[in-house]
Design a protein around this ligand. Structure first.
Ligand SMILES: [Mg+2]
Length: 365
């Protein structure tokens, strides 16, 4: 079996209004954009991959073709070596690997989770917010998610004043004592379209960590810059709350450094941006051996979400991120898919069709 062609599609979906993601400080996001990579083979099997994109995207179809066309998609080692070279020269290529798993699964008649040694078990989904909202608005949001069956919600921190972060955390915790709560500080990386948004000092991160620990939060995510391994390790020594991170590292090496430096209690590689599908499973396995939990970041688009869900189903992940902050709702999030991946009473499981198990809808592309 050989790869015969690579086609790149820029896909874009206008949201019903805009929202202000905490990881793009000071900038309203009005579209969800993706670069979709379609990989064709000589037996007619086609696989798909997607990367998050912005501002109309960057074209790399021709360059990617150079590394893929003529290869057997089953030879993942060879493909990965090509992608590592591509990473030196162009945009992050890690998402591309999911297209190969899609092909391998379709060719074998097996869903990707099965190729990874998993089942399509149900995982508890947590409703992942994306904005800084005031207390009343956030309480109303949480009420809606609880009524839909969610047992967990992740709040966003990183406002100008950490007292405002803590006020919202306290109120949600007080009003919903049975709900599992996570918090994401988004200090690991930021998309600085506008030069706003500072990074916490170590003492601010420690203050927040201790306060959320007292409230019983499940984890605190990215409280420091993503390369501050020593800071992460020190924070873990000084507090008991689980510290999470690693969603947007570049390549598997950075994730291994985090594990080697005892930086994390929970590692969160997103296979579509951080390291590729097979490598994310390897990191999840390494983490398990090191006593570190794994639960992936999944806030990109429907294809990325499904790819991460296949991996999570083949691990002991206890929670799965379900991005949900209207107008970034499941329909807008999963606009690349024929049907959005919906939760069932706060639980998700991967599709059981061969490959990634989803049909792609590229609209008018
Ligand atoms: Mg995060």
């Amino acid at each position: 079996m050989r790869i015969t062609g690579v086609t790149q599609h820029h896909a874009e979906n206008a949201l019903d209004g805009s929202y202000r993601p905490t990881w793009i400080p000071g900038y309203p996001q009005a579209t969800n954009e993706a670069e979709v990579i379609e990989v064709e083979t000589d037996n007619g099997t086609v696989g798909y991959a997607a990367s998050p994109s912005f501002a109309g995207g960057i074209g790399y179809e021709e360059q990617l073709s150079l590394f893929l066309v003529g290869k057997d998609p089953h030879e993942l080692g060879s493909v990965r070596r090509g992608l590592e070279t591509f990473d030196l020269l162009g945009p992050r290529p890690w998402h591309v690997e999911m297209a190969l798993w899609d092909i391998i699964g379709k060719d074998a008649g097996k869903p990707v989770y099965e190729l990874l040694g998993g089942t399509n078990r149900e995982i508890r989904a947590y409703a992942s917010t994306g904005e800084h909202k005031g207390v009343d608005e956030r309480l109303a949001y949480v009420e809606e998610r609880v009524s839909e069956g969610f047992e967990a919600v992740k709040l966003r921190l990183g406002r100008d004043d950490i007292e405002d972060d803590l006020r919202v955390a306290h109120r949600v915790s007080d009003e919903f004592p049975d709900l599992t709560l996570m918090a994401d500080a988004n200090m690991g990386w930021k998309a600085r379209v506008v030069d706003e948004g500072r990074t916490w000092t170590f003492s601010e991160a420690l203050r927040v960590a201790r306060e959320l620990d007292a409230l019983g939060f499940e984890w605190l995510e990215e409280p420091l810059g993503r390369h501050d391994y020593a800071g992460y390790a020190r924070l873990r020594e000084k507090t008991d709350i689980a510290i999470a991170g690693g969603e947007f590292t570049d390549g598997v090496h950075e994730l291994r450094e985090m594990l080697r430096n005892d930086a994390l209690d929970i590692v969160q590689p997103d296979c579509s941006v951080a390291c590729g599908l097979g490598q994310a499973k390897s990191i999840a396995d390494e983490a398990e051996r090191a006593g570190v939990r794994y639960t992936p970041h999944s806030w990109t688009n429907g294809l990325g979400l499904v790819a991460n869900l296949h991996i999570a189903s083949a691990t002991d992940a206890r929670w799965f991120e379900y991005p949900y902050e209207p107008p970034f709702d499941p329909g807008a999030r999963d606009f690349l898919l024929d049907e959005p991946l919906l939760h069932d009473d706060g639980r998700v499981s991967p599709p059981d069709e061969p490959g990634l198990g989803v049909d792609i809808d590229l609209g008018d592309d």
